[in-house]
Design a protein around this ligand. Structure first.
Ligand code: PRT
Length: 109
């Protein structure tokens, strides 16, 4: 495993079916989709609030912590659907050669 995202994703994967009383991630998996999605919503909201506070205070450090929480819970969501961070990175790499308008036109929906 070459980078932090891969290592954390592997740890998250290893928690599937684990003991909810000793692992935060195992507890989230045991609760299922709604609990994971609720955390994503909470962490996204906390990120927005941290950014608004950072503009007011000039201290952006909390934005970092909240983004880390959001990324972490996004990794849990990916694992819940048997997806990997590499697949997200591949999608970002695919978009690198496109303008924003071309990217929108390339979507499957
Ligand atoms: N990176 C993280 C990580 N970031 C945040 N968190 C947890 O995510 C939760 C964040 O939720 P909140 O900020 O809302 O705080 P809270 O009120 O305590 O949240 P709730 O417990 O009420 O949901 C906290 O419980 C944090 O401990 C994390 N828990 C685990 N990891 C990684 O996942 C690995 C496996 O963790 P376990 O499954 O606990 O062993 C760890 O080694 C880390 O690498």
């Amino acid at each position: 495993m070459s980078n932090v995202l891969d290592r954390v994703a592997a740890t998250i994967e290893s928690r599937k079916g684990g003991d909810p009383s000793s692992s935060y991630v195992a507890k989230l998996f045991s609760k299922g989709d709604d609990a994971i999605l609720k955390k994503i919503g909470e962490e996204a909201t906390e990120t927005v609030m941290a950014a608004k506070d950072a503009r007011a205070s000039g201290d952006a450090s909390k934005v970092l912590y909240e983004c880390a929480d959001l990324w972490f819970h996004s990794l849990v969501l990916l694992a819940q659907f048997d997806l990997t961070p590499q697949q997200v990175l591949d999608e970002l790499a695919r978009r690198e050669g496109l303008s924003g308008l071309e990217e929108k036109a390339s979507r499957k929906e």
